[in-house]
Design a protein around this ligand. Structure first.
Ligand code: NAD
Length: 354
């Protein structure tokens, strides 16, 4: 297994180092994971004048999976747009054809008080948001700002989804539901948007191949409400790029702790890019206080989705649960009575539990 490791900026190098420790520990137990490092984001700009340097592109293409920390930092905010750190992320996703973004929102019993929602609403929560990542209004052409005949200026974007784009992400959704609670809720805005009407038609058609999965449809406005009203009604939520962008952030807050949330972005052959949901947290970078668990859990997702190694995935997840049970907490999830530890210590604790 060859993994490209791209630490990126801010807390990226600190948190990725902890996930690398966990992968090293798996290697000591007989796995053969080869790790090669590359630059991305601001680190790419600093090293090679490009947020997605050619060497990184080559490394990503020849690897089976990519583990990424985070990108971004104040020092890059005034660069021209093509040189900005986030362009590195957009370009690697595009280059690797990563169309399926999986974000689990899971509430650990030990962290149930971290959520801003009542404990009884989120206790035991385990949902998966699947967001289509390469289509929709974010990429549709034409787009821009134009001058109308009456001289007024107008901003415009184009929403569209082709049948093949909907089918391939729907298959990922149904397969994911088959491995979980066998329920899939497809979220759209079919009462207003033609694109959504078509989305609903194709998802319904794909569902015929998965008779065991219970399919439901929900309008996005209702889904936004249901996610904070009764989030446990969901198993897998399948949705397009723009709705998924918003709903996945909303769902992540159900857990209350951004430092705990992993993600996977997959291509058609389950090659994937794995990264925590949070950003580069420049406010705490270099202080050894960041929570590395989202990145470590991203490595677990890599074992599950790219390497089909459920045993290693569960071992990593069980190790994370075990350190939480031991009362070990980084500052972001700290509460009275627990033991506060740093980023590197947390990585060591997970390795010990593993
Ligand atoms: P952020 O997620 O970096 O930080 C938000 C808050 O959460 C901060 O207070 C931060 O300290 C805290 N936080 C985040 N991750 C944490 C962790 N692992 N442990 C403890 N605390 C953590 O979002 P932001 O402040 O809006 O953005 C900072 C930079 O990150 C910007 O340059 C932004 O563009 C970039 N960003 C990158 C990604 C990515 O790489 N995928 C995603 C979002 C934002």
């Amino acid at each position: 297994m060859k993994i490209a490791i791209l630490p990126g900026d801010g807390i990226g190098p600190e948190i990725v180092a902890q996930a690398a420790k966990v992968l090293d520990a798996l290697n000591r137990h007989g796995m053969k994971i080869e790790m090669e490092y590359g630059h991305i984001g601001g680190a790419g700009y600093d090293a090679a004048g490009d947020p997605f340097p050619q060497a990184t592109e080559k490394l990503a293409l020849e690897s089976d999976a990519v583990l990424l920390g985070a990108v971004g930092g104040y020092q890059y905010d005034n660069l021209p747009r093509p040189m900005r750190p986030e362009q590195g992320l957009l370009r690697i996703r595009k280059k690797l054809g990563l169309f399926a973004n999986l974000r689990p929102a899971l509430v650990y019993p030990e962290l149930v008080n971290a959520s801003t929602l009542k404990p009884e609403l989120v206790s035991g929560l385990d949902i998966m948001i699947l967001r289509e990542l390469t289509g929709d209004i974010y990429f549709g052409q034409p787009r821009g700002i134009r001058v109308l005949e009456n001289g007024e200026r107008q901003g415009f974007d184009t929403m569209h989804y082709s049948e093949s784009e909907i089918r391939r992400v729907a298959h990922v959704g149904f397969k994911s539901a088959m491995k979980r609670g066998k329920k899939l809720c497809s979220v759209d805005k079919a009462n207003v948007l033609d694109t959504s009407m078509f989305w609903r038609e194709i998802v319904t058609d794909v569902a015929r191949e998965y008779p065991e999965v219970e399919l439901s449809h929900m309008y996005v406005d209702n889904a936004a409400m249901q996610l904070v009203r009764a989030p446990k009604q969901f198993d897998v939520i399948l949705t397009g790029n723009i709705f998924g962008d918003i709903l996945s952030d909303e769902a992540s807050m159900l857990t209350g702790s951004i430092g705990m949330l992993p993600s996977a972005s997959l291509d058609e052959n389950n090659k994937g890019l794995y990264e925590p949901c949070h950003g580069s947290a420049p406010d705490i970078a270099g202080k050894d206080i960041a929570n590395p668990l989202a990145t470590i859990l991203s490595a677990a997702m890599m074992m599950r989705y790219t390497f089909s190694d459920e045993v290693s995935a569960q071992r990593i997840e069980a190790a994370v649960r075990s350190v939480l049970k031991q009362g070990l907490r980084t500052a972001d999830i700290f509460e009275a009575g627990m033991k506060k530890i740093g980023c590197a210590e947390m990585g060591d604790a997970v390795v010990a539990a593993l």
